[in-house]
Design a protein around this ligand. Structure first.
Ligand SMILES: [Zn+2]
Ligand SMILES: [Zn+2]
Ligand SMILES: [Zn+2]
Length: 332
């Protein structure tokens, strides 16, 4: 029997359509994701082809916008939003509009063209997380922004236009709908239970165990009860933390579990394209008791089609319990 499941955080319904018969092994990606190479604006030596860097991890004797860096952040050459100008809101009858103010930046995670988050040294993954953190801390000072969304598209199918591994961020003058939904549900839960819904979810999942993919001292990776698609994975800090930040100025625990999950997916699903996003609290209420930051990761194995588009319902052919077991038990 297929099953309808409701995500406790957002109230989103998902159809777990088991009879569609997709076993974890059915998803080995058909197209090889091996990188092809060719001219790349993100490779060392080509710094002159990108907008000037905003942040770089490089030896102190090397010049900005020249080779020698370990990680580099610059404005997106084709930004979705513009950084310059004042935020203007206007109305036209019942319609609201706002000019497209925002920041759109690219985080080039390594100088090595053929590396990825799953293959680079763990220290380099930590650097990437530090870059996210430092950029959010800087953009927070800009009063026009309410939220910064960190995201990554890996592989062409997942929307990456350049194959050199990179993440992106967009700073927004509004809080995105999905984050607002999570916050509203979490606040409602907190108002009658006086507990964080994510903390409760983590406790229950750790007790139960069947959707746990991996864990270490500080973090847990799990397949959510109402997973939208096969192998959807959430990584959360085990103890309550509303704002994305390193506990004791140390990102090693988070880097370790993130890389472990990505390595398992590469191994078991043959280097799938994927997207991830970091959901953190909003700038005007960063330290709070009700929200809990997390990373949501979805390998691109199924296509979003008409029903999903029209209904907001997802159909997932693989139960999260099976997906979690498959990743958890895969030999490392
Ligand atoms: Zn490159
Ligand atoms: Zn919590
Ligand atoms: Zn979320």
């Amino acid at each position: 029997m297929p099953e309808l499941r409701k995500d406790p955080i957002t109230g989103r319904w998902v159809i777990i359509a088991i009879e569609r018969g997709k076993k974890p092994t059915d998803f080995v990606s058909p197209i090889s994701q091996r990188k092809r190479g060719g001219f790349c604006p993100f490779c060392p030596g080509n710094e002159y082809t990108t907008p000037p860097e905003i942040l770089a991890f490089r030896p102190s004797d090397s010049k900005p916008n020249s080779p020698g860096w370990r990680l580099r952040v610059m404005p997106n050459k084709f930004p979705a939003l513009q950084i310059h100008g004042d935020l203007k809101k206007s109305g036209e009858g019942m319609y609201d509009r706002m000019n497209g103010i925002g920041a759109h930046e690219v985080i080039v995670e390594t100088p090595e063209h053929f590396q990825s988050l799953s293959t680079m040294p763990l220290k380099a993954v930590e650097d990437v997380l530090w870059a996210y953190y430092l950029r959010i801390s800087d953009l927070r000072k800009d009063e026009r922004f309410k939220y910064v969304m960190i995201f990554k598209n890996e592989g062409e199918v997942a929307g990456a236009s350049l194959e050199h591994t990179h993440s992106q961020l967009i700073a927004l003058p509004v809080v995105p709908r999905l984050v607002r939904e999570e916050i509203e549900f979490a606040k409602r839960y907190y108002s009658f239970r006086e507990r964080c819904i994510f903390c409760d979810l983590i406790t229950q999942e750790l007790d139960d165990g069947k959707r746990i993919i991996s864990q270490n001292d500080g973090y847990v990776a799990l397949a959510p009860f109402a997973s939208r698609s096969p192998f959807e994975t959430w990584i959360l800090p085990k103890s309550h933390q509303s704002k994305f930040s390193p506990p004791n100025r140390d990102f090693s625990g988070f880097a370790e579990i993130l890389q472990w999950v990505l390595k398992q997916m590469d191994r078991m699903l043959e280097v799938p394209p994927y997207n991830f996003v970091i959901h953190t609290s909003v700038f005007n209420d960063e330290e709070n008791e009700y929200y809990h930051w997390h990373l949501e990761l979805i390998p691109k194995l199924t296509k979003i089609a008409g029903f999903e588009w029209g209904s907001g319902f997802y159909i997932n052919p693989t139960p999260p319990e099976e997906a979690a077991k498959y990743l958890r038990e895969a030999r490392t």
